[in-house]
Design a protein around this ligand. Structure first.
Ligand SMILES: Cc1cc2nc3c(=O)[nH]c(=O)nc-3n(C[C@H](O)[C@H](O)[C@H](O)COP(=O)(O)OP(=O)(O)OC[C@H]3O[C@@H](n4cnc5c(N)ncnc54)[C@H](O)[C@@H]3O)c2cc1C
Length: 460
């Protein structure tokens, strides 16, 4: 609990209109997409790095936790104030500072909503590929902190591939710049890469320099339906080995398809086992040729039905299918344990079969979908948290699923991060020595453990 004096000090730094301490306001900053809740003592809304620096210096002096927050859409609890303290909401720092059409770079503040940035650069014929499905509300700062991916990662990579430089306020309050406004730069250690994906534990990002690409001339979207999931998995391998890299190659299993149909009545067939949503982009002729080649690969590998969108409107409809999954799943059970495992692409089929078997063994409802093109599968175990026995069975199942994934040479998180949700499992993937190196980095930068404490590393 912060003392009255500390609240007054914070108010002096930030101005009384930019601090909230009433419970009804605090509740709005107490949760994220994991649906867990931890009430902060105060929320502040800074407008620049200098104010954040003063807050962090005060936190070091007085020993209270500080937790950065974008839109709170994270799936691993990263923005939750698990030890109370002050939430630093970046929502007022939401300006696109420059879009440099000569050098194909942009500079933004962290609170810019990802989708709004994408649309702004598209208006100028440019392209910012990272496209988390939450893009209508998540922020670029949150994307940088989690190294967010999305459907287009299969061709274009993830957030770290677009971050050229950062302005960061370190946990002790110093403001530093990393990287440069250039595509190359090897001066000193690569602090930009260290910060991207550090889940708000090593610094608060206050400016981001991003690389842009020219907007592809054309795109073509299609979906293919399969009565046997193995055919869909084989099709994914065949598309990749044919040396076509689609801009998206998304996968839904039968339970996800059923859920979406029950939720939105789109007209999907009921008795199918898998669906692939595929998009290609590039110049017009290439796109036509690649779409035809992919259609043939799908049919040769057992696709029962293929739909190709004739225009942007129809393409948008096909994407609604994919975006409907998350809300649709909520119809199955009130709570969702959502894992984002990644396996080598050749192991997707084995991984899904394995996950289904584990879920069945523990008598759990399971639906899988995700980014088949890069092996990133969103495994959803649907539970009712008030059913303690079911919750314990789900925890056992998750551990077995992670063992399976690591056995395939995969990783337990492709894009959602560790936060608090996957903290108990980090030792399954990383060695003691690797964790020690990471903890030492944290200690050097944050000796008083004030920035986002209680995240990533279990305290043992
Ligand atoms: C429906 C839905 C779909 C999603 N789809 C995807 C997807 O396809 N791909 C994907 O990768 N993720 C996805 N996510 C997860 C989530 O949207 C991403 O992790 C996103 O990057 C979080 O952004 P945010 O602004 O909401 O950050 P928050 O949730 O507020 O914070 C996330 C982490 O970033 C830290 N942080 C935030 N801002 C800063 C900053 N300026 N400086 C330092 N640290 C900061 C926080 O402390 C926290 O640790 C999805 C979420 C939902 C709800």
């Amino acid at each position: 609990m912060l003392s009255k004096n500390l609240i007054q000090e914070l108010t002096r730094i930030i101005g009384k209109e930019n601090i909230r301490t009433d419970e009804e306001d605090l509740i709005c900053y107490s949760y994220d997409a994991t649906n867990q809740k931890f009430l902060p003592d105060a929320v502040v809304f800074p407008k620049n790095a200098d104010e954040i620096s003063l807050i962090l210096k005060l936190a070091n002096k007085e020993g209270f936790p500080v937790v950065p927050r974008g839109a709170g859409s994270g799936f691993s609890g990263g923005s939750l104030p698990v030890e109370g303290g002050v939430v630093v909401s970046l929502e007022r720092m939401n300006k696109i500072l420059t879009i440099d059409t000569d050098n194909l770079i942009a500079e933004v503040e962290p609170g810019v909503v990802t989708g709004e940035f994408q649309w702004a650069v598209e208006d100028l014929g440019l392209f910012y590929p990272p496209d988390p499905s939450s893009l209508k509300f998540c922020t670029i700062g949150g994307n940088v902190a989690e190294c967010a991916g999305g459907p287009r990662a299969v061709k274009y990579g993830v957030t770290k591939d677009y971050v050229l430089g950062l302005e960061i306020v370190l946990p002790t309050g110093e403001i530093i710049n990393t990287g440069a406004q250039t595509l190359k730069g090897v001066v000193g250690y690569d602090l930009t890469r260290l910060m991207v994906g550090s889940e708000g534990t090593l610094g608060i990002v206050t400016k981001i320099i991003l690389k842009l690409l020219p907007l592809p001339e054309a795109t073509k979207t299609m979906f293919a339906i399969f009565t046997d999931m193995r055919d869909a998995a084989e099709t994914v391998s065949k598309i990749i080995s044919s040396k076509i890299i689609p801009s998206t190659l998304e996968f839904m299993d039968r339970d996800s398809i059923k859920c979406v149909e029950d939720y939105s009545y789109i007209g999907l067939p009921y008795n199918v086992d898998a669906l692939l949503l595929i998009e290609v982009d590039g110049d017009k002729e290439l796109v036509e040729n690649q779409a035809e080649a992919i259609k043939k690969i799908c049919l040769d590998n057992g696709a029962k039905e293929i739909r190709i969108a004739v225009d942007k409107k129809e393409a948008k409809k096909l994407w609604q299918l994919r975006r409907a999954i998350s809300p649709a799943l909520a119809k199955l059970k009130p709570n969702k344990i959502n894992e984002d495992i990644v396996v080598p692409r050749s192991k997707i089929q084995d991984a899904i079969i394995g996950v289904r078997e584990i879920a069945k063994k523990h008598n759990l409802i399971n639906a899988n979908f995700g980014h088949a093109g890069d092996g990133n599968i969103h495994v959803n175990i649907m539970i009712d948290k008030s059913d303690k026995a079911e919750f314990l069975r789900a925890e056992k199942a998750i551990r077995e699923i992670f063992e399976l994934v690591l056995g395939f040479g995969g990783t337990i998180s492709g894009e959602h991060g560790i936060g608090i949700s996957k903290m108990p499992y980090i030792g399954m993937e990383l060695s003691r020595s690797a964790i020690d190196v990471m903890k030492k980095i944290k200690q050097v930068l944050d000796p008083n453990e004030i920035l986002n404490p209680g995240k990533i590393f279990p305290r043992i």
